[in-house]
Structure formats: C-alpha cells, structure tokens
Design a protein around this ligand. Structure first.
Ligand code: GLN
Length: 311
C-alpha cells in the first residue's frame, strides 16, 4: 500500500526530474493552435483509492485533452448502443499511426479500434445518431464535468476552430467510412462533434479525477454512482492497454505497464486498477505522437511504486 506521504514525495521528485530534462520531444503543430503551447510545461496528478490527490508542476493548467477524450466517448457510446458498437469498430491494435488511412480500405471501412482517429470518429457518430450535434456535444461535456466533479470543464473553441480548418485527413477518413455506411450522420456534423470533444481543455487534476471510475470497477467514487459495470471498466482498460498509444502501445505497456491513453496535446491518462488514476502532461511528443516526458514520468512512477499491472 502506498501511503499519501510516499505518493506526494514520488510525484514531487518526478516533476523535479522532468523539469530539469532538456529532451522534451516536439510539440504538435499540425493543429496550428496546439503549436502555441509552452514545451517547458510539465504537470502530474495522481488520485489514489482513498481520494488523496497528489499533484506537482503545472497540474492545474488546462491543456487540450485531444485523443484522451476518446476513452470517454467510447464509454458513452457503449452505454448508448452496447456491444453493437463492436460491429462498426474493432478492438485490435493497429500497429499504425493515429491518423493512418491505409488499413481502412483493406478492412472495408471498419476501423481497427476506437482510439485511432477513424475509430474514434465512428464512435462519435454513434453518440450523435438521434441527436443534434449540439446535444451530443453537451452530453459529452456534461459527462466530463460529472466525472471530474468540476462544472468548470469547458471546450477551447480556438483549438476546435483550428482543427476544423485543417482537419483534412480526418475529413478523408470520415468520408471514406460514410461510403460504407459506418458513419450514419452528415460527415460535417460528425466531424464537428469529434473536433470539439478533442478540444475539451482540462488540467491533470481534472482528468485524473475523471479517470477514477476506470480504476475502481466502474464506480464514480464521489457519488458511488455506477458509471459502467465492472466488466465494462475492465474491457475499456484492456483496449487502453493494447491500443491507447497507437503504434507506441507495445512500448508503453513494456515500460509503464498500465492501461493508458495519450493525446497530441501531450497528456496521458493512465489507470492503476484498484490503486489510482493518474494524469501527466508534457506537450512535446515522440515520433509516435505520444508525450515524450509523459511516458518517462509514468515509467518512473510505476517502477518506484510497483504499480505495473504485470506485477
Ligand atoms: N484531434 C486530433 C486529431 O484528430 C486527435 C489526435 C490525437 O490526439 N492523437 O488529429
């Protein structure tokens, strides 16, 4: 059992070690607005099973959660249509980049998993069906506010607009899936909701709070509300472990040993089942599009505390 003191010390020392490093990766700039973020930022937040929150560095600075939102849209879509979701998206690692197009033709418009862009767009489309884009987006945002116990969580409209102007690859993926009927709604509507949920801004603290249900058998600890059944929480964690870092998923499992989901904003949400929900943020990415120092920090944390799911 890790004591609150041990946790506080570990988090402070890791943040200090990360502050001193000069290898910081490269900040994503294919979404122009993301390129404006300070590459020197680093934040970490850990919420343990008793609700103790350990934070260090820029843990309260909101950043663009980007693909981390895909964990929560997957949860909502499974809640809405259940296991039928798996008819239009797979759950196998892709071994290719997050925005890859090639696999989609071979697999007749069914994306490999819900965390690559194509898969996440198909998931967003499932949430949208039967709703107006505004309602679907409202549902996603309220879910994030509820899970993080923080009604202040909001969408960064400048990031959403920036991606809307430059998201040509995502438009290609969505149009291609539309030709197979995997996307049901008007492509512009589905993409609009997708870009906006990727543009939700949250701090490490808020995201770590939001991830708690995955560490605790699907329960929202502050209310005791079952967000999902334990089996579903376990399965979402399994998909995070195998697919959460695209073609860097194997390396992440090898080094960190926890289910995790990254975003091009430089955040990573990691789940230590039964123990804690963790978020790190460092905007510079490695060549698989995952936070460079974020992964290193998580590796230090799990090694030090013995938190790997592999023992
Ligand atoms: N919104 C980003 C995109 O679609 C999300 C990618 C990511 O975070 N890996 O390109």
């Amino acid at each position: 059992m890790t004591t609150p003191d041990e946790l506080d010390r570990a988090v402070a020392e890791i943040a200090e070690a990360m502050r001193r490093r000069s290898d910081r990766g490269v900040v994503a700039n294919y979404i122009p607005e993301l390129g404006r973020v300070d590459p020197g930022a680093f934040g970490i937040a850990v919420v343990d099973a008793n609700g103790h929150v350990a934070t260090a560095g820029d843990a309260d600075t909101p950043f663009s959660i980007q693909s981390i939102s895909k964990v929560f849209t997957l949860t909502l879509a499974l809640g809405k249509i259940g296991d039928r979701l798996w008819n239009r998206v797979g759950r196998e690692p892709s071994g290719s980049a997050f925005n890859s197009i090639v696999q989609l033709e071979h697999e007749r418009g069914i994306p490999r998993n819900p965390f690559i862009n194509a898969g996440a767009i198909a998931v967003t489309d499932a949430i949208l069906s039967g709703h107006q884009p505004r309602e679907a987006l409202g549902e996603i945002l309220r879910f994030m506010q509820f899970l993080s116990d923080d009604p202040a969580v909001s969408i960064d409209e400048a990031v959403a607009a920036s991606e809307q102007r430059t998201g040509f690859r995502n438009a290609a993926l969505a149009n291609y899936m539309k030709s197979f009927g995997v996307v049901e709604n008007p492509v512009d509507f589905t993409l609009g909701v997708y870009f906006h949920h990727c543009a939700i801004a949250m701090s490490c603290r808020q995201l770590a709070m939001a991830g708690r249900f995955l560490a605790h058998g699907g329960l929202h600890p502050s209310t005791g509300f079952p967000v999902v059944q334990p089996e579903r929480a376990r399965r979402i964690n399994a998909v995070m472990l195998t697919c959460g870092h695209y073609d860097g998923s194997g390396e992440f499992a090898y080094r960190v040993g926890l289910p995790g989901k990254s975003g091009v904003g430089g955040g990573i949400l990691a789940v230590a089942p039964g123990r804690a929900s963790v978020t790190v943020w460092s905007p510079g990415l490695d060549d698989t599009g995952n936070s460079h120092l974020g992964r290193i920090a998580l590796e230090m944390l799990t090694k030090r505390l013995g938190w790997s799911v592999f023992g």
